[in-house]
Ligand binder design. Structure first.
Ligand code: F3S
Length: 291
């Protein structure tokens, strides 16, 4: 019997889902085009669809006329953006993920109290740049353990980093400093998705990772799946579905990144449906093998 097993927690995370829904609602309600400051997610299928619905991507507020609406994506952005939009009479539609917004508030508060803010994460990631924008770009950004010294340190994490990386950086800072406060701001959506992908890959014959090749979290899932399943394929377009390969196997696993929409996952499933006798979730499957 051939089975399709979907990895738990695959697809849009809560923050991305609410940002897309907000953009769609606003575009529908608005007579004019609205803008998104940067692509809402790394999935060209979704951003192309949004463009058709009237959500146009911009990289700067230059030339945007007063009264226009600009969406802030789930990654969030620095305070400067809200100030500039306010000055220019632009309406901000804030789709910052609430978990990221919480970090902005924590950092702004710590900075106001005179603390030295440390962000553990990738200095080039838009989320980290956005967080830094709530302490006037004064944060020390670390992606590995380091020897730093300051009077009063406040540490937060980029939401998508690994916990062991966060812990090792915090430990290195604690070695040389006495006054250190820490907020673990890692979001569990990423680790749950990666763990679900791993568990599924370990238990199937072939694994399909669905998503855009520009999406770093989908690429990460592909790496994880490849490690635990030798027959792993990246499906960035339905035209690249390796049907001939997949049909050789009985247990087919599916995983999808945080920016992969539900219809892309369904499209892949539907394309294989002729050869599929049963669809079940990994959770059902795990229950079955535990019996
Ligand atoms: Fe938010 Fe976590 Fe997604 S921080 S954007 S729910 S990965």
């Amino acid at each position: 019997m051939r089975e399709i097993i979907r990895a738990p927690h695959s697809g849009f995370c809560f923050g991305v889902k609410q940002a897309i829904e907000k953009a769609e609602r606003e575009a529908e309600a608005s007579e004019n085009i609205i803008y998104s400051f940067g692509p809402l997610i790394h999935n060209s299928g979704v951003t192309d669809e949004l463009e058709k619905k009237g959500v146009h991507i911009i990289e700067s507020l230059d030339g945007i006329t007063p009264g226009s609406k600009v969406i802030v994506r789930s990654h969030g952005i620095g305070k400067w953006f809200y100030d500039e939009a306010d000055e220019k009479g632009i309406t901000v539609i804030d789709a910052t993920c609430p978990y990221v917004k919480r970090i902005h508030n924590l950092v702004a508060e710590a900075y106001k109290k005179g603390k030295t803010v440390v962000i553990v994460g990738d200095e080039n990631h838009p989320e980290v740049k956005g967080i830094n924008g709530w302490c006037e770009d004064s944060a020390i950004i670390l992606s590995e353990p380091a020897e730093i010294k300051a009077d009063d340190i406040f540490i937060v994490a980029q939401t998508t980093i690994r916990k062991d990386m966060f812990d090792s950086v915090v430990e290195s800072i604690r070695k040389n400093n006495e006054n250190v406060s820490v907020e673990n701001t890692i979001c569990s959506a990423t680790s749950k998705r990666q763990e679900g992908c791993k568990q599924t890959a370990e238990n199937v014959d072939v694994m399909l990772v669905i998503g855009d090749k520009k999406s770093s979290n989908t690429k990460k899932l592909y790496e994880i799946a490849s490690k635990y399943c030798n027959n792993t394929f990246f499906v960035d377009d339905i035209g690249n579905l390796p049907l001939k390969e997949v049909e050789k196997y009985n247990r087919i696993g599916l995983a999808a990144g945080a920016s992969t929409p539900e219809n892309a996952i369904k499209e892949v499933t539907a394309n294989m449906s002729e050869n599929i006798t049963r669809e079940e979730s990994m959770l059902d499957y795990m229950e079955e093998i535990e019996k």
